[in-house]
Design a protein around this ligand. Structure first.
Ligand code: 13P
Length: 250
């Protein structure tokens, strides 16, 4: 069976001193979690976070990764730099990066490959806008994002990575997808992976839901058979809220 994975995407929040406080509060609250617990702080907090989580069950992720090993890419951070800090996961292709920073399915694919090559697990984000959902385009869009995002990756690597289904209209809006909507689209993602890489790979791959998840709605979403975890934005910035999400089955 797939072990659930719940990750906090801090986005552009938390200075190092704020990160220290949050992690300090979080550690005892999540120590008995049955799922994988990941935090994804901004780059500047990663080294400190890596020290602070030592000996705990909290694991570290970054919010992006560059596709090149090194070189003249001012402002970017490479996979081996993150790996050396103890980063185990990298969020790739978040809708905010697609929307504001020109991220495409091609760059998502390149970043995912660089992460895998360095031994970092990509958390590849996909999801439709409200306009696309209302226009009946969700399935087609999400399928294309999965196909292009995973192009050229070996099935054995696909089996180990994480996909996050985050409908854009549910992010930061307080408007969560219903349990059924999230389960249905995640089913589409799993079927797409099955068609490309085989049913064993699709059965092993973990797929999260993200978008206004909180302590109140986590139980219903996590009870759905296709949903293997969550990517949490706003609720990951408060230790109590994030711990209640992580301990949804306590
Ligand atoms: P919210 O939980 O704030 O809606 O954000 C979701 C998200 O974008 C996580 O990556």
């Amino acid at each position: 069976m797939r072990k659930p994975i719940i990750a906090g995407n801090w986005k552009m929040n938390m200075t190092p001193s704020q990160a220290k406080e949050l992690i300090g509060e979080l550690k005892p609250l999540v120590q008995d979690a049955k799922c994988d617990v990941v935090i994804c702080p901004p780059y500047v907090d990663l080294a400190l976070a890596a020290e602070l989580i030592k000996g705990s069950n909290i694991r570290l992720g970054s919010q992006n990764i560059h596709w090149a090993e090194k070189g003249a890419f001012t402002g970017e951070v490479s996979a081996n730099m993150l790996k050396e800090l103890g980063v185990e996961f990298a969020i790739i292709g978040h809708s905010e990066r697609r929307q504001y920073f020109g991220e495409t399915d091609e760059t998502v694919n390149a970043r995912a490959k660089a992460a895998i090559a360095a031994g970092i697990t990509p958390i590849i984000c996909v999801g439709e806008s409200l306009e696309q959902r209302e226009g009946g385009k969700t399935e087609e869009l999400v399928k294309a994002q999965v196909e292009k995002g995973l192009e050229g990756i070996a099935a054995e690597d696909v089996a180990k990575l994480v996909i996050a289904y985050e409908p854009i209209w549910a992010i930061g809006t307080g408007k969560t997808a219903t349990d059924e909507q999230a389960n249905e689209t995640i089913g589409v993602i799993r079927n797409t992976v099955a068609a490309l890489f085989g049913t064993d790979t699709a059965a092993a791959l973990r797929i999260q839901y993200g978008g206004s998840m909180n302590p109140k709605n986590v139980k219903g979403l996590m009870a759905m058979p296709e949903i293997d975890g969550s990517l949490i934005g706003g609720a990951s910035l408060k230790a109590v809220d994030f711990s209640q999400v992580v301990n949804y089955d306590a």
